[in-house]
Design a protein around this ligand. Structure first.
Ligand code: MCA
Ligand code: AMP
Length: 507
């Protein structure tokens, strides 16, 4: 039997080698990883999870949660991680759309999720529960020697939901080969080896923390400090015994607020990687001045994994995302036709390669619309190539806000605000925010008689949207600026409120 991705993970695993270390000193070796993921895979099989079944998981970050991802690979299931910030209203959509066999949640979420899962015929388990009856408990009676399910390169390993411009989330289907090819390439170009120790402070329900950070570590047989969340002081404290860190730009902005961030503090580190959102050139320069390290910026998407990276050797150019990765074809094309444009001109970034996903779950029309006939995927990011071939991202063709590395599609927030009594219409924009890069901001037109204020709008969103999608500020205006076609001119709003968060205190 062969299991395309897990076989590669297994061949890099030396049983006695360290894999995960927690801040409280608890440790897992690669032998522990093989045994625990094997027991959990057996437990999943006992629960009737079969190859191709979806397993939806919304749990706090922990080594066990990562083992559950590996167990899903081994049993041949399709892993569907969900942001812990998602509300029940959001979960209802994902579970209804993906129709998982099993939903795994934290104990406090169990009662809330039961009716939702029941509606769609999914079974619910907790991962770990002091009260008993959890997957971990079930796995304790199972054998660690699990015979991995047969999975080929083209079989699905995971579905990750990304929000859509129409407000409806789409499930990006990622195959074993998508994940394996990309993580292998990153391991090689970023020179990962078994002596590396990564500071892992990202969440594990998105591509960055799961497929970039964790898969690259696994395929190198390297180890990681596993932090429940990013804490700049903690990351700094760990640097002398680590070699690599991966983060979103907010991590670096916050590290720069630490007086202890010096060349000496970062002396044992060999690499700092940034991605998921644009890293300001000034952050890149300030970090280099303080530590002597040029942050390596790379560019990716849930649908494509990683597309480009600044070079390991050679100049890491601030404000650029580097070159296409080996095996990835990237072009900058005419946004409308997909046809060629002059070198150096701004256009649509399109990519093709083994990294690019198989399509959107049960949305063949949407999938078709986002690919060109020759197989290139239309990223929605606007960019250009400079004279040396470095890729610059210069804007977004899609209406998207990125806050602290999380994506927010304004449409999804506008739909919620527009249905509130007293609202005529709204426009949600991202404006510069010193900590999160962009701050979600709602510009709202009230009905003349309405008594709605900022607090009321924010309160009404609490149960509906994940915290990070909720606006940091709500501004009321008499009307929204429109062009002659009647389209809201968000650029005018972005300019008008550009200074809104300027004086915010940093962490
Ligand atoms: C937390 N809050 C946020 C965010 N995170 N608000 C807006 N944007 C955010 N990103 C809320 C909190 O709920 C809290 O609300 C308030 O803001 C302040 O929280 P704070 O303590 O500052 O937050 P934190 O816990 O320190 O988290 C900030 C963070 C975190 C460390 C930047 O958001 C994070 O880990 N981001 C990484 C996201 C990521 O992994 N992205 C990769 C996606 P209240 O005060 O009301 O409680 S993958 C991807 O994009 C592609 C594929 C790629 O290229 O990688
Ligand atoms: P997601 O939908 O979470 O996968 O987010 C992918 C989007 O994040 C991309 O389409 C880009 O707009 C953005 N992104 C990722 N990395 C970078 C980067 N290094 N610089 C600028 N934008 C980035």
């Amino acid at each position: 039997m062969s299991n395309h991705l897990f076989d590669a993970i297994r061949s890099a695993a030396r049983p006695a080698a360290p894999f995960i270390e927690m801040l409280d000193g608890r440790r897992w070796t690669y032998g522990d990883m093989l045994a625990l993921s094997g027991r959990l895979a057996s437990a999943l099989e006992t629960l009737q999870v079969r190859p191709g079944d979806r397993v939806a998981v919304q749990v706090e970050k922990s080594p066990e949660a990562l083992m559950l991802y590996l167990a899903c690979l081994r049993v041949g299931a399709v892993y569907l991680p969900l942001n812990t910030a998602y509300t029940l209203a959001e979960l209802d959509y994902f579970i209804g759309d993906a129709e998982p066999r099993l939903v795994v949640v934290s104990p406090p979420a169990r009662d809330g999720i039961l009716p939702v899962a029941g509606k769609y015929g999914a079974h619910v388990e907790t991962l770990d529960d002091a009260g008993g009856g959890s997957l971990i408990e079930l796995s304790q009676d199972e054998s660690p020697d699990f015979l991995d399910a047969e999975r080929g390169p083209d079989d699905l390993a995971a579905i990750l939901y990304t929000s859509g411009t129409t407000g409806r989330s789409k499930g990006a289907m990622l195959t074993h080969e998508n994940l394996l090819s990309n993580a292998t390439t990153l391991r090689d170009v970023w020179r990962f080896t078994s002596v590396d120790r990564l500071i892992h402070a990202l969440p594990i329900f998105h591509t960055h923390g799961l497929f970039v950070a964790s898969n690259v570590t696994l395929l190198s047989g390297a180890s990681m400090y596993f932090l429940p969340r990013f804490d700049a002081a903690e990351a700094l404290r760990l640097m002398p015994s680590a070699t690599v860190m991966m983060g979103v730009p907010t991590f670096y902005v916050r590290l720069l607020q630490q007086a202890g961030l010096t060349r000496d503090a970062a002396a044992s580190m060999r690499l700092f990687v940034s991605g998921s959102a644009p890293l300001l050139a000034e952050t890149h320069r300030a970090f280099a001045e303080r530590t002597g390290h040029a942050i390596l910026e790379r560019y990716g998407m849930t649908e494509t994994n990683m597309n480009t990276s600044n070079p390991y050797d050679g100049e890491r150019r601030a404000g650029t995302v580097g070159f296409p990765l080996p095996g990835v074809s990237l072009r900058v094309a005419d946004p409308e036709s997909g046809g060629p444009i002059a070198h150096g001109e701004t256009g649509m970034i399109e990519v093709r390669g083994p990294n690019v996903f198989k399509g959107y779950w049960r949305m063949p029309e949407k999938t078709k619309a986002e690919f060109r006939d020759d197989g290139f995927f239309i990223t929605g990011d606007l960019g250009k190539l400079d004279e040396r071939g470095y890729v610059h991202i210069v804007g977004r063709g899609k209406d998207l806000v990125i806050s602290g590395g999380y994506n927010i599609y304004p449409k999804e927030v506008e739909v919620e605000i527009d249905q509130m009594p007293g609202v005529v219409e709204s426009a949600v924009i991202g404006v510069p925010h010193p900590d999160f890069g962009e701050g979600v901001t709602a510009v709202v037109v009230r009905k003349p008689e309405a008594v709605l204020d900022e607090g009321a709008v924010l309160d009404a969103l609490k149960e509906r949207l994940a915290r990070y999608k909720q606006p940091k500020r709500v501004i009321f205006v008499d009307d929204l600026p429109r062009n002659t076609m009647g389209k809201v001119q968000k650029n005018i709003l972005r300019d008008a409120y550009a200074g809104l968060y300027k004086d915010m205190a940093l962490h």
